[in-house]
Design a protein around this ligand. Structure first.
Ligand code: PMP
Length: 429
C-alpha cells in the first residue's frame, strides 16, 4: 500500500505538534514507521489520506462499538449542534442520559459526566479519598487509568509501549500514595492491605485489563477483591472506561456479578465524542460538590453535543436485545480463525478474549499479568502489525493494547482478516 500523503502530513505535523500526534500511541513508535492519517470512516472501514481502505480493529480505542459514522449518533449530534454547542447551564439531555445510564448499570444511583476517562478515574479516586478519609490507593501493574499523576506508576498502554511506566513530573509525594499490586494475585493485594492498615481509600482496577493486551480476571479474583474491600473498609473502584457498555449493558459489574463502589466510564458512553463519567450509590455520590465537600467541575462537562452522541449510542445498546451476544460471537469466530492459522503456521502465540475484547500475544505461556504480557516477542508483533497493515487490516500499533470488535464488522470482514493473518503468519518464523 502507498502511504505517501500520510508521510507528508506527518512531516508537517511533527513541526508543530510534539511527535506529530496529540496522544503518544498514535505515533507508531512501538512498531516503527509512519502513522496513517485518516480522512474519514464508515462502518467497519477507515479511509486514509492515500485512499487506502483499512478494516479497523482500534475503533477510536473503543468508543465506536457500532462502527464508524453510525447514523443515529451522527444525526443526533448534527441536530443538537444547530441549537448551540455549549451553554455551561443545565440541559434536559444530561438528565436523560443519566437516567438511561443509571437504569442500565447495576448498583449506581447517580452519575457525573466529565470529558475523558482520565478525568473520570482521577475524580473517582478523589471521591474515594474524600469519602473514606484515607490517602493511599492500590492500582495494578499494567493497568492504565488515564494520565493523571497518581496513575502513572507502572501504567500500561502507551506508558508501557514507550518504556516510561513511571513518568517524570510525578512527584515522590504523589507516587508514595499509589501502592502497586500484581494483576490476578489476591495474596499480593492482601499483603499490601496488611502492611498499610487503615490507610487505603480504594482499590482501582480494570475488571478486564485492556492496557497490557487483553487480560481476563481469574475466576474468583474480583470477588476476592470485593471481600478484601468489605473487610477492610476500602472502596472498590471499577475502571470500566473500556468495559462499560461493551461487555454487557451493565458492563463488567453485570458480566461477573460483582458490585463495585464507584464505576468509571469513558469511550462507548460518549459515542465517539469526548465524554467520561463516574457513578456510585447515593451515599458516596452525595459527597460530591455542590452537595458535599469533594470538589470536581468542568466548563464543558455534560456538553450538549457529547450528551446527544452518548444518548443515541446508549439508546441503541439498550434496545438491541442481541447486541452483546452478537459481538461476543463475532469475536469468538475471529479468535478461532486466528488461532487456527497461527497454529497451522507454527507461530507461538496466546490469544486472550472477553466479550468483544481480544488480543494476540506472541508467547505460549498464560498471559495473566503485566510480567507475562511483557514476555511477548515484540519483533514478531512489529512484523505482525506491519504485515496486517499491508493487507488492509489496522490493529493497535502496540502489543500492550486490546483489539475492539464492532458490530459493523461482517463475517466477510472477519474472514478477510483471518486470511490476512494467514499471509502474515508465513513471515513470522
Ligand atoms: N481507563 C482505561 C481503562 C482506559 O483504557 C483509558 C484510555 N485508554 C483511560 C482510563 C483514560 O481515558 P482517556 O484516554 O479518555 O482519558
Amino acid at each position: 500500500m502507498n502511504y505517501k500523503r500520510s508521510s507528508a502530513l506527518f512531516a508537517e505535523s511533527e513541526k508543530v505538534i510534539p511527535g506529530g500526534v496529540n496522544s503518544p500511541v498514535r505515533a507508531f513508535k512501538g512498531v516503527g514507521g509512519t502513522p496513517i492519517f485518516v480522512k474519514g470512516a464508515k462502518g467497519a472501514y477507515l479511509y486514509d489520506e492515500d485512499d487506502n481502505r483499512l478494516i479497523d480493529y482500534i475503533n477510536s480505542w473503543g468508543p465506536m462499538i457500532l462502527g464508524h459514522a453510525f447514523e443515529p449518533v451522527v444525526n443526533a449530534v448534527v441536530e443538537k449542534a444547530k441549537k448551540g454547542t455549549s451553554f455551561g447551564m443545565p440541559t434536559e439531555i444530561e438528565t436523560q442520559i443519566a437516567q438511561l445510564a443509571v437504569s442500565m448499570v447495576p448498583n449506581i444511583d447517580k452519575i457525573r459526566f466529565v470529558n475523558s476517562g482520565t478525568e473520570a478515574c482521577m475524580s473517582a479516586v478523589r471521591l474515594a479519598r474524600g469519602f473514606t478519609g484515607k490517602d493511599k490507593i492500590i492500582k495494578f501493574a499494567g493497568c492504565y487509568h488515564g494520565h493523571s499523576d497518581s496513575f502513572l506508576i507502572q501504567a500500561g498502554s502507551g506508558a508501557s509501549t514507550f518504556g516510561t511506566p513511571n513518568s517524570p513530573g510525578v512527584t515522590q509525594g504523589t507516587a508514595k500514595d499509589t501502592l502497586l499490586a500484581r494483576y490476578n494475585d489476591l495474596e499480593n493485594v492482601s499483603e499490601l492491605i496488611e502492611a498499610n492498615k487503615n490507610e487505603i481509600a480504594c482499590i482501582i482496577i480494570e475488571p478486564v485489563a485492556g492496557n497490557m493486551g487483553c487480560i481476563p480476571p481469574k475466576e474468583g479474583f474480583l470477588q476476592g477483591l470485593r471481600d478484601l474491600c468489605d473487610t477492610n473498609n476500602i472502596l472498590l473502584v471499577f475502571d470500566e472506561v473500556m468495559t462499560g457498555f461493551r461487555l454487557a449493558k451493565g458492563g463488567a459489574q453485570a458480566l461477573f456479578n460483582i458490585n463495585a463502589d464507584i464505576v468509571c466510564f469513558g469511550k462507548v458512553i460518549g459515542g465517539g465524542l469526548p465524554v467520561g463519567a463516574f457513578a456510585a450509590r447515593n451515599e458516596i455520590m452525595n459527597h460530591l460538590a455542590p452537595l458535599g465537600p469533594v470538589y470536581q467541575a468542568g466548563t464543558l462537562s455534560g456538553n450538549p453535543l457529547a450528551m446527544a452522541a452518548g444518548l443515541a449510542m446508549l439508546t441503541e445498546l439498550n434496545t438491541d436485545p442481541d447486541i452483546f451476544k452478537r459481538l461476543a460471537e463475532k469475536t469468538a469466530y475471529l479468535h478461532e480463525g486466528i488461532a487456527r492459522v497461527l497454529k497451522e503456521n507454527n507461530v507461538v502465540h496466546t490469544i486472550n478474549r472477553v466479550g468483544s475484547m481480544i488480543s494476540v500475544h506472541f508467547d505460549e505461556g498464560n498471559v495473566v499479568d503485566f510480567e507475562t504480557a511483557a514476555k511477548g516477542n515484540n519483533e514478531s508483533f512489529k512484523k505482525f502489525f506491519h504485515g496486517l497493515l499491508n493487507e488492509g487490516v489496522y490493529i493497535a500499533p502496540s502489543a500492550f493494547e486490546t483489539w475492539f470488535i464492532t458490530d459493523a464488522l461482517s463475517y466477510e470482514d472477519l474472514d478477510f482478516t483471518i486470511l490476512a493473518v494467514n499471509t502474515v503468519a508465513k513471515t513470522l518464523n
